[in-house]
Design a protein around this ligand. Structure first.
Ligand code: HEC
Length: 121
């Protein structure tokens, strides 16, 4: 999986870790979830924002500061399509950020009842 050097640089330039979340606008998790689906994020980053090896990195529990998250949407570092303000207004970016921050960490396959019994150990 490619590491987004732009996102890392943006994270490094945006100040101490403790100050990062304090700068994030408050977002509506439920509305963020709605837009995560309707704006197509799930198609590359997975339904639970846990990422998909070939299409997009994990977003759940992202450690990106809000500014780096927003910059990635407006000016993606590589293959991701850009989301201009006319398509995804700033308020929705804040909601999307709140949603992915709220997602649980990666769950091992054996903790997912739906796929138990399919040879998962
Ligand atoms: C067509 C596939 C695709 C879609 C749709 C997509 N992304 Fe991405 N995203 C990527 C890829 C690939 C990367 C890796 C960096 C790059 O290519 O810009 C990425 C990177 C990111 C990152 C940086 C992650 C990190 O830790 O560096 C964020 C944040 C992000 N995407 C959020 C979103 C959100 C929110 C949406 C929906 C509004 C979305 N993406 C839609 C493919 C996609």
């Amino acid at each position: 999986m490619r590491i987004s050097s732009f996102a890392i640089l943006a994270a490094l330039l945006s100040g101490p870790a403790l100050a990062q979340d304090a700068q994030a606008p408050s977002g509506d998790i439920k509305n963020g979830e709605k837009h995560y689906i309707s704006d197509g994020c799930y198609q590359c980053h997975g339904m639970g924002a846990n990422g998909a090896a070939l299409t997009g990195p994990r977003l759940a529990r992202t450690e990106l500061p809000y500014d780096a998250f927003a910059t990635q949407l407006r000016h993606p570092s590589s293959d991701m399509p850009p989301y201009e303000v006319a398509i995804v207004p700033d308020k929705i970016v804040a909601d999307l950020y709140a949603y992915v921050k709220s997602r649980p960490d990666y769950q091992p396959a054996k903790s997912i009842p739906l796929i138990m019994g399919m040879g998962v150990k």
